[in-house]
Design a protein around this ligand. Structure first.
Ligand SMILES: [Mg+2]
Length: 201
């Protein structure tokens, strides 16, 4: 029997709206509203030209226990993850942000949103490229570059966001850009059909 595809899914910026949480802190503390579309580089504070002292204040707020438990799930992501779980072997690969409770909060958040009765499979690491998968989905360019080079026979998906738009996937044979879950479902179906084909043939 062909094995199930293994899909590695990032959390922040793909299913959890961390950037909006950051902007909400900025608005609450300094009274200035920014749009997520203004985040045109990885560093949010830099993107919105937040004064370095203010960035430190936001960073301290993000260190508070419970932050990873308080993020909103992106619209459509709950349904999408539930569907993916039926299609593939799903693992979350996520980089902890630094608070002492972050990893526990993250696991509880995943459990609360997507899992009933069973535990999500989560790897907390900053070195995502060490994890093998058939498909890897992430919104951070550095992770996509390192992972796609480490696993040239697998497919990396850069999840389209304003902060990664300058990254050009053309010329990278195993990197795709996607912004809709249907595109990811189609990719999974295509890869599964190839696997079955290879098995039969
Ligand atoms: Mg991310």
């Amino acid at each position: 029997m062909p094995r199930k595809l293994r899909l590695l899914l990032d959390v922040d910026g793909v299913i959890a709206d961390f950037p909006q949480y950051y902007l909400d802190i900025v608005q609450a503390k300094f009274g200035v509203a920014h749009s997520v579309e203004a985040i045109n580089k990885w560093n949010i504070g830099e993107s919105i030209q937040l004064h370095p002292d203010r960035r430190d204040i936001v960073r301290a707020a993000l260190q508070e226990p419970g932050v990873a438990m308080s993020l909103r799930a992106y619209p459509g992501s709950v349904k999408a993850v539930r569907k993916l779980r039926k299609m593939v072997d799903l693992f979350f690969v996520t980089s902890p942000l630094g608070s002492s409770t972050w990893t526990d909060d993250r696991e509880r958040w995943l459990e609360a949103h997507f899992f009933t009765g069973d535990k999500p499979r989560v790897t907390h690491t900053h070195e995502k490229y060490i994890c093998f998968g058939d498909v890897f989905v992430d919104d951070k360019v550095d992770h996509i570059k390192a992972w796609s080079e480490a696993w040239p026979n697998s497919t990396a998906v850069i999840w389209d966001q304003p902060w990664n738009r300058k990254f050009n996937v053309n010329g990278r044979r195993n990197v795709l850009r996607m912004n809709r879950w249907e595109q990811l479902f189609s990719l999974v179906e295509e890869l599964m059909s190839k696997q079955v084909h290879a098995y039969v043939g």
